[in-house]
Design a protein around this ligand. Structure first.
Ligand SMILES: [Zn+2]
Ligand SMILES: [Zn+2]
Length: 90
């Protein structure tokens, strides 16, 4: 299940700009694909899921004004997959 950019999610969220990622799994909004990718845990097709807020905090993600982002200079201790599942994850 995927949604086109700019089409509001069923949860009512809308987001401007093409770089904003909104997860249709947990309905959080991210400032880009990298923080979005960082909140997805587990393996594809196995136990892929969204991180809890505590887990996102551990990964260095921060939330402001309803947007999750990673502050510049945050440690990257977690291996990030460069998947392109933004807006297609569920
Ligand atoms: Zn999510
Ligand atoms: Zn949503």
């Amino acid at each position: 299940m995927s949604r086109k950019l700019g089409v509001p999610c069923e949860c009512g969220a809308a987001w401007p700009g093409t770089r904003i990622c909104h997860c249709i799994g947990c309905h959080r909004t991210f400032t880009g694909e990298r923080p979005f990718d960082a909140h997805r845990l587990g393996n594809h097709g196995v136990d892929r899921r969204c991180a809890t807020e505590a887990e996102m905090s551990i990964k260095g993600l921060r939330e402001r004004a309803g947007r999750w982002y990673r502050p510049v200079g945050a440690k990257r201790t977690i291996t990030e997959e460069s998947t392109n599942e933004c807006l297609a994850a569920a």
